[in-house]
Design a protein around this ligand. Structure first.
Ligand SMILES: Cc1cc2nc3c(=O)[nH]c(=O)nc-3n(C[C@H](O)[C@H](O)[C@H](O)COP(=O)(O)OP(=O)(O)OC[C@H]3O[C@@H](n4cnc5c(N)ncnc54)[C@H](O)[C@@H]3O)c2cc1C
Ligand code: FES
Length: 292
């Protein structure tokens, strides 16, 4: 390399990790009957931003609504899916309400991908049990899509999905669920809290369905995302089935600010959830303060 080339490389401005890139809202899809969950499909405005963007299932991004702030959201699409990035957003407060009021063609900001994602290399050659509750299924969708992609499916053994919501209309990704139910290489168990006319699948809370279905823990990993109460009651069921803490993974939702391990906002014990997580094994979380 000549000295001129060296100089050009050294003065290239480093990418500012706090600087969002502009994304265009391509489509908005209402996921649930109560209108509280919408999936936003976002495309990069600048080709150069798209070219450098690589992610794995389980990672998240900070999405900014200009003038309101930014908040973390799990990437709901898989890297195997072409087209816009998908984020499914629950209308919770100031920022998410502003986002829900936005529509196609409008611009938001995006920082990421952030966090570690699911340890796919460990899951390879193993069975994977995917357990979700409520709207926390977002990155589980990304994981499932990734594993079921024809390029990747041969590298995994049995795939079991157990997913519950209060009512049928609150289940996310109904088209994906229907297509997974058709497949012979994945077992799908859907459940709702209480029986309603026309529902022919499971009825009952997710932990009870885990016990009823009893997925084998032999050479298997479990991934669980949902409300804390669901996780608390599912853990003993998984333990009883023989899943050791190092083979159970979950994604933590902690209030965040910088998303890159600088501000200390998301810290639990020795971990920054934004940087060391959000995906942790239960072996890592055992012994930490019970605040999460
Ligand atoms: C790694 C990560 C991934 C996430 N992925 C998603 C996702 O895919 N879809 C989604 O809808 N949400 C997701 N969240 C939660 C989302 O970031 C918050 O709901 C959002 O910040 C709320 O912003 P707001 O300004 O609308 O609400 P605010 O006005 O700030 O708060 C509204 C209410 O939500 C509560 N809240 C805010 N942030 C959180 C949080 N992180 N966890 C629990 N409660 C919170 C507040 O205490 C308050 O009660 C994720 C959070 C993390 C940390
Ligand atoms: S959000 Fe700043 S350190 Fe994690």
């Amino acid at each position: 390399m000549t000295s001129v080339e060296t100089f050009e490389v050294s003065v290239k401005a480093p990418t500012n990790p706090y600087l969002p890139v502009p994304m265009r809202i391509e489509r908005v899809h209402i996921e649930t009957d109560d209108n509280m969950l919408k999936t936003f499909e976002l495309s990069f405005v600048h080709e150069k931003d798209a070219a450098g963007f690589r992610f794995r299932p389980g990672q998240f991004c900070e999405i900014s609504v200009f003038g309101k702030g930014e908040a973390p959201f799990g990437i709901a699409s898989s890297p195997t899916e072409p087209g816009p990035l998908k984020f499914t957003v629950n209308k919770a407060g100031v920022l998410t309400t502003a986002l829900h009021n936005m529509g196609e063609g409008e611009i938001v900001g995006l920082r990421g991908p952030l966090g570690n994602g699911y340890p796919l290399e460990k899951f390879e050659e193993h069975s994977v049990v995917i357990i979700g509750g409520g709207f926390a299924f977002t990155t589980l969708r990304a994981l499932t899509k990734y594993i079921l992609d024809p390029l990747h499916r041969p590298r995994f053994r049995d795939i079991t999905i157990i997913y519950g919501a209060r009512q049928p209309g609150l289940l996310l990704y109904k088209e994906d669920l229907a297509s997974w139910e058709q497949r012979e290489d994945v077992k799908v168990y859907l459940t709702i809290d209480q029986a309603v006319p026309g529902w022919t699948k499971h009825v009952g809370f997710v932990p009870d369905v885990v016990e009823r279905v009893a997925p084998s823990s032999k050479d298997a990993y479990a991934v669980i995302c949902g409300p804390p109460v669901m996780i608390r009651f599912t853990m003993p069921k998984l333990t009883a089935l023989g899943f050791p803490p190092e083979r159970i993974y979950s994604s933590l939702e902690r209030r965040m600010k910088c998303g890159i391990g600088k501000c200390g906002r998301c810290n639990i014990g020795p971990y920054y959830v934004c940087k060391d997580g959000p995906v942790f094994s239960y072996a890592q979380l055992e012994g930490l303060p019970q605040e999460y």
